[in-house]
Design a protein around this ligand. Structure first.
Ligand code: NAD
Length: 480
């Protein structure tokens, strides 16, 4: 049995209440570990450690701080295979995907912010002949980072790295559904020589330890990635406290596919955008709008590919589709497929749970699923399903495509597939999403602003946006 501990003040600690939650392997459906069911008292311990560590961490020369973040990146790279395997067991994602995406990206997050902190500068504003203003950007202090289960180490470090780079001490909580690689990050920080108390990692449920982190008076900012409903609860909880808050929430991302696209490349990329990580990426395309002249051909090509993609044991090197993250999540996604049928949808491919033989016979596997014939206002086109389920709709004009795409409460990411440059730029300008990819998907440059509009969140991560979030700006005015 794999028993995880909290990482506080540079050491591993059992939860003070000695309560644990089960950790289940999605591919087998079996309990394989225990994780701390931490509570308020554990948060107090972590905050005390962070408070003690803060003055020295803030006073540390920038180069030395950057060197430590680089050392963490190197250690993650050195343990790539082990971390990828841990991620695949914990999350159900294909180990090959974790090896080439999740873990290298976690290393890149530290590498990137090790550099970003040395490039981060602030402004000055002169009042000619009279005075000069300059802006100081100072660390917020102790900050909380709360992350979801879909890209566990990748998104955990996407918050922690800029928070540390900006000179804060961090209390971080990974999802209780996928705690394993976050737990290993403690060892990595020990090896890299990160001073005790600078990063503290607490495990447990959102309702208990997550909320206690949000409510702690000495934690001055909360960076949260997760579901929209949880984001709303946290925003409500924090409103009277005036803490800084960053919310990266759900999505229902449109893909606009035009008849003049590069057909073969678009099929490949849109298929990946739909089903990568079992469709459990906040940026996955889930509503596909296809221009009528190529609708039937595109649909058939997608259906053929979906039928050829069989989920299997994520620990096999050639697995391209693993298990959904949990039983309750599988049931939720299956529920949406039933709802789609009730709403008049026609299932063109998939739609069923997959029962594998051998060690994975109780795993949470689902066929890649394609549905057509749903109204844009159907619940399955308006609510986030967050699984390997896409819907298809034809359109006739650019205006119609835009109207359908923008007809959503969410606003995270959109993709446009066309060779008409003017159309692509014009649509990019008018789509209500924080991110637009043209003829590509998930091509990431860590300097760019990352985040969504409307129910997809508040604020932006990435590059200097993250450095700004994790600092307080103070204007100093000097009269000549
Ligand atoms: P979730 O909201 O259930 O949980 C996210 C995290 O918040 C977990 O660590 C959880 O323990 C914690 N939490 C839950 N309730 C809390 C509370 N009351 N107070 C404090 N913390 C609490 O989300 P999930 O199911 O883990 O993740 C899936 C969701 O995340 C999807 O909606 C997906 O779109 C979204 N997501 C968004 C992005 C983005 O960048 N916009 C990235 C990845 C995932």
């Amino acid at each position: 049995m794999d028993i995880i501990a909290n990482f506080i003040n540079g050491q591993y600690h059992a939860p003070l209440g000695e309560n644990y939650l089960d950790n289940i392997e999605p591919a087998t459906g079996l309990v394989y570990g225990k994780i701390p069911d931490s509570e308020k008292a554990d948060v107090e311990l972590a905050v005390a450690a962070a408070k003690k560590a803060l003055p020295a961490w803030q006073a540390m020369p920038l180069e030395q701080r950057a060197d430590m973040l680089s050392a963490i990146a190197q250690e993650i790279e050195a343990r790539n295979d082990e971390l990828a395997m841990a991620e695949a067991i914990d999350n159900g994602k294909p180990v090959a995907l974790a090896r080439i995406v999740d873990i290298p990206r976690a290393a890149s997050n530290f590498k990137f912010f090790a550099h970003a902190c040395s490039q981060f500068a602030s402004e000055s504003h002169a009042i000619a002949g009279t005075a000069i203003n300059y802006t100081l950007r100072q660390p917020v202090g102790i900050v909380g980072c709360i992350s979801p289960w879909n890209l566990p180490l990748y998104l955990f470090t996407w918050k922690i790295a800029p928070a540390l780079a900006a000179g804060n001490c961090v209390i971080a909580k990974p999802s209780e559904v996928t705690p394993k690689t976050a737990a290993l990050l403690g060892e990595i920080c020990q090896k890299a020589g990160l001073p005790a108390g600078v990063l503290n990692i607490l495990h447990g449920s959102g309702a208990k330890v997550g909320q206690a982190i949000c409510q702690h008076q000495e934690i001055k900012a909360i960076s949260f990635t997760g579901g929209t409903t949880t984001g709303a609860q946290i925003a409500q909880l924090l409103a009277p406290t005036f803490k800084k808050i960053s919310l990266e929430l759900g999505g229902k991302n449109p893909a606009l596919i035009f008849a003049d696209c590069d057909f073969d490349n678009t099929i490949e990329q849109v298929f990946r955008a739909s089903f990568a990580n079992q469709g459990q990426i906040c940026l996955c395309a889930s509503r596909l709008y296809i221009e009528r002249p190529i609708y039937e051909k595109f649909k058939q090509a997608l259906v053929d590919k979906a039928k050829a993609l069989q989920p299997n044991d994520p620990l096999l090197d050639d697995s391209q589709m693993g298990a959904l993250v949990s039983k309750s999540h599988l049931e939720k996604v299956l529920g949406y497929i039933e709802l789609a049928k009730a709403e008049g949808g026609k299932v063109l491919a998939g739609g069923k749970q997959v029962n594998l033989a051998g060690r994975c016979q109780k795993g949470y596997f689902l066929q890649p699923t394609i549905i057509e014939n749903l109204d844009n206002q159907a619940q399955c086109n308006q609510e986030e399903i967050f699984g390997p389920v896409i819907t298809l709709q034809p359109f006739d004009t650019d205006e119609e495509a835009l109207t359908l795409a923008n007809d959503s409460n969410y606003g995270l990411a959109a993709t446009i597939w066309t060779n008409h440059l003017g159309r692509a730029h014009q649509l990019a300008e008018t789509l209500n999403t924080g991110i637009v990819w043209i003829n590509c998907w998930l091509l990431r440059d860590l300097r760019t602003p990352f985040g969504g509009m409307n129910h997809s969140g508040l604020g932006r991560e990435g590059g200097h946006e993250a450095m700004r979030f994790f600092t307080e700006s103070k204007n100093v005015c000097v009269k000549y």
